[in-house]
Design a protein around this ligand. Structure first.
Ligand code: CUA
Length: 349
């Protein structure tokens, strides 16, 4: 009988250093991922759900995980027991050779069919629940997925904003998703999604955010050069704070008498900015984000940059350098013009 030795790849002391090295690298890599990407205030995760939609999908995930863990422990347990119980021993005869076991095969096929059936019941329920048509009382938000930023229009409140989605806790929200250019995917890990945002078609998603807070959102369908930079922020307010935010957004933009800001305002009105951007009372462009309340938003350019005078001026001077592939053109402004324009935009609270 041929004897196979499992010690072939081991050192003299019996330690497989290649395996130890590989495992170490995996541990380092996975933990460094979480050090860089994990932020406890706004975790990019689906395992801390904060809406009915989030809970529905998370419950199914946990149900499947527990069943999988149980099956893993049972199968590995039997495997390890058999390895130990039927291991080769000196002088032992060749064991009885068998092929197949009809009863065993029927029972594990039936057992797994039953487990799949148990999993399918809440899954199908959740599919129907999360696809339900929204109630007439739901807050409507029209989501536009653009290369590479998000537009949020509230038709009932007549508000348009960009990259910052404000919602009231406890109220059902009906999203109407559409894209003017290519396919994107609307995803707020703690609240819901992903759902594709497709040109020439309106997709729906309905959910009720439950806990006030800041949540990250991200385009989840590769859509070109700055796909990774197509982020947004969801701010869930208490109902009172949401009303305040709505009032603020409905008001005309703040006017500043600051000389630099006034200079920036004339740069805006005299350049091609007006063809692409809306500032209520000043311009009505529809290609780029609505800037009426630009300064009320913490970040810009698809949540990539903090809204600071320096960042805004640099962005105006060379958008493509700040966000690869940005579709906003470089207008060849002087540094003086871009600084004035940044000062003006940052007065638009
Ligand atoms: Cu939009 Cu990826």
């Amino acid at each position: 009988m041929t004897r196979y030795s499992s010690t072939a790849f081991r050192s003299a002391k019996g330690i497989d250093w290649t395996l130890v090295g590989l495992l170490g690298a995996v541990v380092l890599l996975t933990s460094s991922c979480s050090w860089v990407g994990w932020n406890w205030d706004t975790p990019m995760t689906t395992v801390l759900p904060k809406s009915d939609f989030g809970r529905a999908t998370h419950d199914i995930f946990m149900l499947i995980s527990w069943w999988t863990l149980g099956i893993f422990i049972a199968v590995e347990g039997v495997l390890l027991f058999c390895c130990w119980r039927f291991r080769e021993r000196p002088g032992a005869p060749i064991p009885r050779q068998v092929h197949g076991h009809t009863m065993l095969e029927i029972s594990w096929t039936v057992a797994f069919a039953v487990i799949l059936l148990i999993i399918s019941i809440p899954t199908i329920q959740a599919i129907f629940k999360t696809q339900e048509a929204p109630a007439a009382t739901a807050l409507r938000v029209e989501v536009g997925g653009h290369q590479w930023w998000w537009e949020f229009h509230y038709p009932q409140q007549k508000i348009t904003t960009a990259n910052e989605l404000h919602l009231p806790a406890g109220q059902t929200v009906a999203f109407f998703l559409n894209a003017p250019d290519v396919i994107h995917s609307f995803w707020m890990p703690q609240l819901g999604g992903k759902r594709d945002v497709v040109p020439h078609r309106v997709n729906h998603i309905t959910l009720t955010p439950e806990v006030p807070g800041d949540y990250p959102g991200q385009c989840a369908e590769y859509c070109g050069m700055s796909h990774a930079n197509m982020r947004f922020r969801v701010i869930v307010h208490t109902p009172e704070d949401f009303e305040k935010w709505v009032k603020g957004q409905q008001a005309p933009p703040a006017e500043s008498t600051d000389a630099l800001a006034q200079q920036g305002k004339s740069v805006f009105t005299q350049s091609t900015c007006v063809g692409c951007h809306t500032i209520t009372g000043l311009s009505a462009g529809r290609i780029g984000p609505d800037l009426t309340h630009f300064a009320s938003r913490k970040r810009f350019a698809g949540e990539l940059l903090d809204s600071t005078p320096d960042n805004v001026a640099k962005w105006i001077e060379n958008p493509d350098h700040m966000k690869p592939g940005a579709l906003m053109p470089n207008l060849g402004m002087t540094s003086e013009q871009s600084k004035a324009l940044a000062a003006y935009l940052l007065t638009l609270k």
